[in-house]
Ligand binder design. Structure first.
Ligand code: M6R
Length: 362
């Protein structure tokens, strides 16, 4: 069942280039057009409200940047356990999007029921098309990741991101905020991802070596900016789930508003920073860490590593990627860091303590 891998998580990490390519093939044409269901129309929609739990909620956080930047559409994100007990002020012209791998998460399902009659459309992004969340939404978009067994979500996360990216492009198309050439280029950039992910998987050995040191840490920080900020949150969640090391994700710019007090030589800081428009800002945050003897692991592309490696503890070089879609690619080294750190610590990777694959209780 594990197809020669030691753990389901390793298998599921490795499957990502294939399942991502499948999802892209399903929702786009070879001519480079979007092939999303007509019912997904964003015409007349004035806002998207994205709701989920855990890793799926971080996918929603990334998507917020995309809906705003690509489609100029207001987007808000909340975790289901808060959303369902708030009195969210919803526009009747809004689309509510529920993201769930299992489609059975109790809080997400309750949140869906909470808004069903109050919004224009309820869309779910699920891995299990027969699930309760899929059945109770107006439209369900399967992420086509295939069965995910490992409790730590990996391939479902990148497939959720892919479907959400396509939704943001559809929103832009329906709202007339994207021209045909830009849309074609963005789709081409998405189609490049499976190949880039294969290259990222090649970092498994160097990551395993770095993980031997990370495994000795008690606390680890992840930093990112823009759409890489939610990926920092996801990297931290993945690590704490399976290695039991305390980890936190922060927006790079928030460092000096508190967490910098934690920095000393014992706290590794993992910086997720492709060479994008905000790279220099992140590098200056990184330098603040290094000035306090912080141990920085920089993940960037060759250009970024060349510019900013000085003074870092270690670097990992990823292939260059369209900045918008970078969180999808950088998810792979984030997952591998968690995986190999857990292996180095000898914890149960596929069945971490206290966790269930599907949280069907409140
Ligand atoms: O099945 P769901 O996507 O609704 O599950 C949501 C969370 O419980 C899930 O993502 C959880 O955070 C994972 N264990 C993360 O790896």
């Amino acid at each position: 069942e594990k197809a020669g891998y030691k753990h389901f998580m390793a298998k599921e990490i490795a499957e990502q280039p294939v399942v991502l390519a499948d999802a892209l093939k399903h929702y786009t044409s070879a001519r480079g057009t979007l092939e999303l269901p007509e019912a997904l129309s964003f015409k007349g929609i004035d806002r998207v409200t994205l709701v989920a739990c855990g890793t799926a909620s971080y996918a929603c956080h990334v998507a917020k940047y995309w809906f705003e930047q690509i489609a100029g559409l207001p987007a808000e994100v909340d975790v289901a356990s808060e959303f369902r007990y708030r009195d969210p002020v919803l526009s009747p012209a809004s689309m509510a999007v529920f993201v769930s791998q299992s489609g059975e998460t109790a809080d997400t399902l309750a949140a869906l029921r909470h808004v069903k009659e109050k919004v224009a459309r309820v869309v779910s992004v699920v891995n299990v098309p027969t699930s309760s969340i899929a059945r109770e939404s107006d439209l369900a978009l399967p992420i086509l990741a295939g069965v995910e067994v490992g409790v730590a979500s990996t391939k479902a996360f990148t497939c959720q991101l892919t479907v959400l990216a396509l939704m943001a492009l559809k929103a832009a198309q329906d709202r007339g905020t994207i021209d045909a050439a830009t849309l074609a280029r963005r789709l081409e950039d998405l189609r490049a991802l499976p190949g880039l992910m294969n290259a990222a998987l090649g970092l498994s050995d160097p990551i395993a070596r770095i993980a031997k040191d990370l495994a000795k840490a008690q606390d680890i920080l992840f930093l990112g900016r823009g759409p890489m900020f939610p990926l920092a949150l996801e990297g931290a969640l993945k690590l704490k789930e399976i290695s039991y090391i305390h980890a936190e994700g922060y927006a790079s710019g928030e460092l000096k508003h508190g967490p910098i007090a934690l920095i000393d030589a014992a706290v590794p800081v993992i910086v997720l920073a492709p060479k994008d428009a905000l790279f220099d800002k992140t590098v200056s945050n990184m330098q603040e860490v290094m000035a306090r003897n912080g141990k920085v692991l920089l993940l960037s592309d060759a250009e970024g590593v060349e510019t900013a490696a000085q003074g870092t503890w270690k670097t990992l070089t990823l292939p260059p990627v369209a900045p918008l879609w970078a969180p999808i690619l950088y998810a792979i080294p984030a997952q591998l860091l968690a995986y190999h750190t857990a292996i180095a610590k000898g914890t149960d990777v596929d069945q971490p303590r206290n966790l269930a694959k599907s949280v069907t209780v409140e």
